[in-house]
Design a binder for this molecule. Structure first.
Ligand SMILES: Nc1ncnc2c1ncn2[C@@H]1O[C@H](COP(=O)(O)OP(=O)(O)OP(=O)(O)O)[C@@H](O)[C@H]1O
Ligand SMILES: [Mg+2]
Length: 508
């Protein structure tokens, strides 16, 4: 018996030697084929098993491949002697990974895992609706057969979690856009990403502190609420509608939300998307812990079935007819996104493919939106971004000039407090005045008071004119009324005239 084992062991040694030779001498294509063959022969003898994790899974990107790449980039036990170094555009962090066809050994709970990065040239361009990458890439994981259960149960999950954590820690937030509408690039991505470096935070955002605190608490509850959403059977998503005049901080608020929660942003250009199914595909390709934004929603989609919905309340159901094609942009622009498609995007079954997602819509004209879009569950919180209030002004003065309340004379504070509401100036306009004069704080405040006063005066004049116009309108209306009533008087006139005439005749 011992002899049999000895000869088997020596046989395996020979094959292992052959494998090493192959590894060193032959090109990856041939090596891959021969490894396959050897694997088949040795499968019953070998104590190892292998897992191939390819970059592309059919036409889709394999998330596990990306996760493994990122995870291995920070692994301490690097055995490969050649590493690839990369830095994403505008990113502040360097990442290194395995070079083509290099190996790395990792340890997990006392188990050794060997990773190999396999890169091959694509043989010939097979027919495809979209261009495919020139290289086929993948990782091969080698583990002992006895460790299979542990690896499959926990190691891969561990890698996914670790990769997400690394990405969040190392990389800045990502801002995704869909420049090709809903079409995919060569790696199956409809979204292009750039590092997101917007400096807006809730500290810098000028708005009523109580309202700000409420929004922050709502966001925190949402991101910590996995078990709550699970328990209540609700999809783990939340919708915010930001509305208000231009320059009141809607986009700044979205950036502050992303920075606060550490989420990525998907800035969906709806006018570039042509069909509901494209919209659905885009949604499916978003990751969790993200904010999906549609800016100026009233301009992005022509909600033509609003007319039909006129007179409905927020609680009235949307009929199938109203949800149908009549809400499409197609009638005008050859686009067939429908209101129904958009509602499904935010609320349908597809909206739950993934988790921890926030939808944010912005508009300058809330009254133009279909009530179906506004209902709770779709847009859970409606946030009005108003003209600059006094508490918001205090934040701007602190941020731009470093002035606290005690740094200003009482008279100036009173003046500002009195005029700010009447002026109806946006935080964007006020920021402009402060930036322009930021080297001279006194001048900045004086100019701000002047700007606010002149704006308030202008508004006052307009109000007076419109009151005068209204008065004139009222007078005109009165006159018209009298004119309408005058035929009755006129109908009496001929009688009177006749009477007078009669009298005259009588007198004669
Ligand atoms: N509430 C605010 N707090 C701090 N800064 C603000 C605020 N609102 C506007 N700003 C300043 O004004 C600029 C424009 O603001 P932002 O783009 O957020 O406005 P918006 O409401 O999105 O406007 P639009 O409706 O035109 O998209 C920002 O760069 C920011 O510096
Ligand atoms: Mg904006």
């Amino acid at each position: 018996m011992k002899e049999i084992w000895a000869s088997l062991a020596s046989l395996m040694g020979v094959f292992a030697f052959c494998q090493t030779i192959l590894h060193a001498v032959f090109p990856p294509e041939l090596r891959f084929a021969s490894v396959k063959l050897f694997n088949r022969i040795f499968n019953c003898f070998s104590s190892y098993c292998y897992f191939d994790i390819t970059e592309m899974d059919g036409v889709n990107t394999n998330e596990l491949y990306n996760a493994v790449q990122l995870y291995l980039s920070t692994s301490a036990s690097v055995t490969g002697n050649r590493l690839s170094l990369s830095r994403a555009l505008n990113s502040s962090a360097f990442t290194f990974g395995l070079s083509n066809n290099d190996c790395l050994v990792d340890a997990f709970n006392g188990v050794t895992a060997k990773w190999e990065h396999v890169v091959m040239q694509r043989q010939s361009q097979t027919f495809s609706w979209r261009p495919l990458p020139e290289e086929k890439r993948g990782f091969t994981l080698r583990i002992k057969k006895k460790d299979k259960v542990l690896i499959l149960d926990s190691y891969l999950d561990f890698i996914m979690d670790k990769a997400n954590e690394i990405r969040r820690r190392n990389q800045d937030r990502l801002l995704y856009t869909n420049p090709r509408g809903g079409s995919l690039d060569s790696r199956g991505h409809p979204w292009d990403a750039v590092p997101f470096k917007h400096p807006s935070t809730f500290e810098t955002l000028a708005m009523d502190p109580a309202k700000k605190a409420e929004i922050m608490a709502d966001l925190r509850d949402f991101s910590d609420g996995e078990s709550f959403y699970q328990k209540t059977g609700r999809a783990w998503k939340r919708g915010y509608l930001l509305y208000g005049p231009p320059g009141t901080g809607k986009s700044s608020m979205i950036a502050a939300m992303a920075n606060y929660l550490g989420y990525d942003i998907y800035d969906l250009e709806l006018t570039e998307v042509h069909t509901n199914s494209e919209l659905r595909k885009l949604l499916m390709k978003t990751t969790s812990k993200s904010i999906i934004v549609i800016e100026d929603i009233d301009c992005s989609i022509n909600l033509t079935n609003r007319n039909k919905s006129a007179g409905r309340t927020n609680h009235d159901p949307v009929t199938p007819e109203m949800r149908g094609g009549s809400g499409s942009v197609g009638e005008e622009g050859g686009n067939s996104i429908t209101l129904s498609g958009l509602l499904n995007f935010t609320d349908g079954l597809w909206s739950c493919c993934g988790s921890e997602r926030i939808f944010v819509f912005t508009t300058n004209h809330i009254e133009k939106l279909d009530p179906a879009l506004l209902r709770s569950g779709r847009m859970d919180m409606h946030i009005f971004m108003s003209y600059c209030s006094f508490p918001a002004l205090k934040i701007l003065l602190k941020n731009y000039l470093g002035l606290g309340e005690g740094d200003l004379e009482d008279g100036v504070v009173m003046e500002l407090e009195e005029v700010i509401e009447k002026a109806e100036m946006t935080p964007a306009d006020i920021s402009e005045v402060l930036i322009k004069n930021r080297r001279d704080k006194r001048k900045a405040v004086t100019e701000l008071v002047e700007a606010l006063k002149s704006k308030a005066e202008k508004r006052n004049r307009i109000a007076r004119v419109s009151t005068a116009e209204n008065l004139m309108d009222l007078e005109e209306e009165e006159q018209e009324k009298r004119a309408l009533e005058s035929p009755k008087e006129g109908s009496e006139l001929p009688e009177n005239c006749n009477k007078e005439g009669d009298d005259e005749e009588k007198a004669n």
